[in-house]
Design a protein around this ligand. Structure first.
Ligand SMILES: C[S@@+](CC[C@H](N)C(=O)[O-])C[C@H]1O[C@@H](n2cnc3c(N)ncnc32)[C@H](O)[C@@H]1O
Length: 423
């Protein structure tokens, strides 16, 4: 999204609705002191440095209980949200997704707490996994987009969310979509360990290595006490050529520990937001070289109590694309091999052009110069059927100038984050 458009998008934030309880919990220095963990960090020094963990005196379990309580008891619908960090600007939702949404059951939509649109188009036949699926809205949308040959699995740790998600799945797939079989299922478990989740019958299921083509997630990873484990698990379960496509909340700095473990800030998807640069380091450290940002908007904190607590910290909702390719295929910098890509115009809802990220928009039929990484992302992943890639890596011409990244290029007003879309 261009920087000027981000300014407009950023105008939509925070409709505080439960101010009294929130202020009691968060609106003063006293509250901030009370929320201070003071205890020892359970994380490694490196993880703490990277801001990859939310540190709690009682460990990861305490963070998960707090989050489970928030989404299982405190909130009963999206109207209860204190802020609009969990809110998606309509302009970021593709038409195919909007159409699919119209058929999603109301109960599922009422408990939507996402912050972006992490469901790409053109995913027919893919095996999709949704991390932190909540009431299942994105899974229901994906169930339609993948068609009856594709499959969708949602994983969430909160019973209240899973119950609603599971309740409508059969009727939605068989009656609304007309499928012979239900192609969406929901498992209970934590996204830090996908090797032992539980199905609706209580049986343990392992999400196998390389068994997923596309992972989606909407406003969840910020809530995880161990983001490194989440990315590592995502990398494990993705097949080569697969993608982790997700929207989440990020911060322009490392927040102090007392804010990171603050119950309301955490529940509202702000306290656990990662510093963007640390997130990129984490991507590189877990096998996802060259993270690409597709879209984003700044989050404005209008509630005075929360704003006071957060000081100068700025927050952004960003949709990232992390591709899994064989080891070494994605390089740390964009390199020039003289390659170009041609989009075939075949991705649903994108007949004229396709945006890989915020600075690669390929018009149908028009040759587009690409670096080696972009060539691999377009040609050697699930996107490969939609692009012709010309050239290979046999001759190297030096560094490739991928150009500026509009979402990544911060304006002085701070509307856009310094994400660095690639390179
Ligand atoms: C902000 S809500 C988003 C839900 C859903 N993605 C949506 O867009 O409506 C966060 C969800 O993530 C789940 N969650 C948070 N941390 C989790 C974890 N570590 N493991 C599994 N689920 C988690 C919560 O239970 C909650 O349902």
């Amino acid at each position: 999204m261009p920087a000027h458009a981000m300014s407009a998008a950023s105008a939509s934030f925070v409709a505080p609705r439960r101010l009294s309880s929130a202020r009691r919990a968060s609106g003063s220095a006293r509250a901030r002191r009370a929320a201070s963990p003071r205890a020892e960090a359970s994380s490694s020094a490196m993880d703490t440095l990277l801001g990859a963990r939310i540190v709690s005196p009682d460990g990861d379990g305490a963070i998960r209980s707090s989050v489970t309580k928030y989404y299982g008891e405190t909130l009963s619908s999206s109207d209860d949200l204190l802020t609009s960090a969990c809110c998606t600007p309509a302009s970021q939702i593709p038409r195919a997704v909007r159409d699919a949404l119209s058929a999603v059951p109301d109960e599922v939509k009422a408990k939507y707490y996402g912050c972006g649109s992490p469901t790409p188009c053109g995913i027919e036949g893919l095996r999709v996994l949704d991390l932190g699926s909540g009431s299942g809205r994105d899974c229901y949308v994906a169930a339609k987009l993948v068609g009856d040959k594709g499959s969708v699995v949602g994983v969430d740790m909160t019973d209240g969310q899973l119950e609603g998600a599971r309740r409508h799945a059969d009727a939605y797939c068989r009656e609304t979509l007309g499928y012979a079989e239900t192609n969406v299922t929901f498992h209970k478990g934590t996204i830090e360990d996908l090797s032992a989740v539980t199905d609706a019958h209580g049986d343990t299921v392992k999400i196998e290595d390389a068994s997923v083509d596309l992972i989606i997630s909407n406003c969840v990873i910020n809530l995880s006490p161990d983001k490194k484990a989440v990315l590592s698990e995502a990398h494990r379960v993705l097949a080569d050529g697969g993608e982790f496509y997700f929207s989440d909340v990020y911060c322009d700095r490392r927040l102090p520990e007392d804010l990171r473990s603050h119950e309301i800030l955490l529940g509202e998807c702000l306290g656990g937001a990662m510093y963007i640069e640390d997130f990129k380091r984490l991507c590189h450290g877990t096998g996802f070289a060259d993270p690409r940002v597709l879209a984003g908007h700044a989050i404005e904190i209008k509630d005075e109590a929360l704003a006071d607590l957060l000081g100068e910290a700025k927050f952004y909702s960003l949709t990232y694309r992390l591709f899994k390719l064989p080891d070494g295929r994605l390089e740390t910098l964009c390199e020039d091999y003289g390659q170009f890509a041609v989009y075939k115009g075949t991705i649903e809802g994108n007949p004229h052009a396709y945006s890989l990220d915020d600075h690669h928009r390929l018009e149908t039929g028009k040759p587009f110069l690409v670096c080696g990484n972009t060539a691999s992302m377009l040609g050697e992943t699930w996107l490969g059927a939609h692009f012709d890639i010309h050239g290979d890596r046999s001759t190297h011409y030096g560094l490739f100038d991928c150009g500026p990244s509009p979402v990544a290029g911060a304006g002085p007003a701070g509307d856009a984050p310094a994400t660095g879309g690639c390179c």
